[in-house]
Design a protein around this ligand. Structure first.
Ligand code: FES
Ligand code: FE
Length: 447
């Protein structure tokens, strides 16, 4: 099948369909490597994971072993985790702290700035051997945005801020909640899902599935739940879905019980009210009333194209998707918290995170089940189409519509055809764009 035909995007009739071979074909999977993962900015890690000189973290990023390390000079760097001598992985533990990095194979040593500082039996090399040419290699491009480090294997990639497009403002809404910066809590959840990576990208910004799939959680938290007829839409969260350019997208929902500290969770009882109110007032002082309300009273599920999620919902999760095969992905999730938070508040936040996103939480096992079920269902026929048309003619798409998912797919389709950018919006160019995110008025009515 021609790649141009993998998506039906009929803006007039409001029909959007994705051919399911996009999720099953080994050939298309290989092409994604070339046209997407080797061309975009891809997330590696957060600076707080290597807080001290000598700290390092091993990461596999779209199949490549990389090293995130802080040198003795205080700089954070990303290296290829492969010895310049004959290729062995320099670091084989997932994380650690070292003054020097020593390759176990022949014993070459490097400092944490990447320079080669020791070669056993160096006198056997000729005069042309130059240590400075044997430093640890870095990916063609490395850049960071407010502590989030990305790499690109495309030397021509645009700068990171340009690439982030409309996602940057949403990242700011998340990161500005901290007064002393954010840090990643030590430890992570890692799991494998037997499904195509794009199914989790879709799922992470999809509110349509929230009530049917996570009904037990919603009943537990809000008491809203479903009525006996099974109509889940009566209790759907008000919010908006947006395509943010370059394939990034967001589902932004009203969070009923106040954020950023309370989140949407009964664990936060009466005693939390006063500190929450104080935090809200501080946010208003720093950012103004309007923006503070948006930060505190909406949650956001943000996809940074192609494979990074910042889920600012219940707690703040960094979710990284590593595609392994057409029907398999690895997922790693970290918990991002304000540096100033500690004690009972931090414990409650962590508990809230585990309750929803944890391995035995309300959400993750349900989502894994749903995605694996889709992947199994695709076996029924290789020629079927998945429908992503929901809300396509809606002039004000909500999060239970699928505009944000279409934005992702349009960018994917453009990249797969060798184009850098797509028109990610539902409306024709020239027609008005997606309406604004719910603001003060809507939120005030909801509370
Ligand atoms: Fe690393 Fe030889 S491969 S020292
Ligand atoms: Fe879910």
């Amino acid at each position: 099948m021609d790649i141009a035909d993998l998506i039906i995007d009929d803006r007039e009739r409001g029909i959007f369909r994705v051919h399911r071979s996009s999720m099953t074909s080994p050939e298309l999977f290989r092409r994604e490597r070339e046209t997407i993962f080797d061309r975009c900015w891809i997330y590696v890690g957060h600076e707080s994971e290597v807080d001290n000189p000598g700290d390092y973290r091993c990461r596999t990023v779209t199949g490549r072993p990389l090293l995130l390390a802080r040198g003795q000079d205080g700089e954070v760097r990303v290296f290829l985790n492969s010895c310049p001598h004959r290729g062995a992985m320099i670091c084989r533990r997932p994380e650690g702290h070292a003054r020097v990095l020593r390759c176990f194979y022949h014993g070459w040593t490097f400092n944490t700035d990447g320079a080669l500082i020791g070669v056993p039996g160096e006198d056997a090399y000729g005069p042309g051997f130059d240590r400075s040419e044997m430093s640890l290699r870095e990916p063609p491009r490395v850049d960071s945005y407010r502590g989030l480090y990305f790499v690109s294997f495309n030397p021509q990639v645009e700068d990171l801020v340009t690439y982030l497009a409309g996602a940057r403002d949403y990242l700011d809404l998340v990161l500005d909640q901290a007064e002393e910066g954010m840090r990643v809590v030590s430890g992570s959840n890692r799991y494998t899902i037997k499904a195509n990576w794009k199914l989790l990208a879709e799922n992470s910004v999809d509110s349509y599935h929230l009530l049917p799939t996570h009904r037990t959680y919603v009943d537990y938290v809000t008491g809203l739940g479903t009525d006996d007829s099974g109509d889940t839409m009566a209790a759907r969260p008000p919010g908006v879905g947006r395509a943010l350019g370059n394939g990034h997208c967001v589902g932004e929902n009203v969070a009923r019980n106040g954020r950023p500290i309370a989140h949407w969770h009964p664990l936060f009882g009466e005693e939390a009210k006063a500190p929450i109110e104080r935090a809200r007032r501080r946010l208003a002082g720093r950012f103004g009333e309007e923006r503070a309300r948006r930060m505190a009273d909406t949650s956001r599920n943000l996809l940074i194209y192609p494979n990074l999620l910042i889920l600012d919902f219940v707690a703040i999760t960094i979710r990284y998707i590593e595609p392994l095969a057409p029907g398999t992905m690895d997922v790693t999730a970290w918990h991002l918290v304000p540096r100033e938070e500690s004690g009972a508040r931090l414990a409650t936040r962590l508990d809230s995170y585990l309750t929803f996103f944890g391995p035995g939480g309300f959400a993750t096992p349900d989502d894994v089940e749903a995605l694996e079920s889709c992947q199994l269902g695709f076996r029924a026929s290789g020629n079927e189409w998945s429908d992503v048309s929901r809300g396509m003619l809606n002039p004000a798409p909500g999060t239970t519509d699928e505009l944000q998912i279409r934005g992702f797919w349009r960018q994917w389709h453009a990249n797969m055809q060798g184009r850098r950018q797509a028109n990610v919006q539902d409306a024709d160019p020239g027609k008005p764009e997606t309406p604004a995110v719910p603001g003060t008025t809507v939120l005030a009515g909801e509370r």
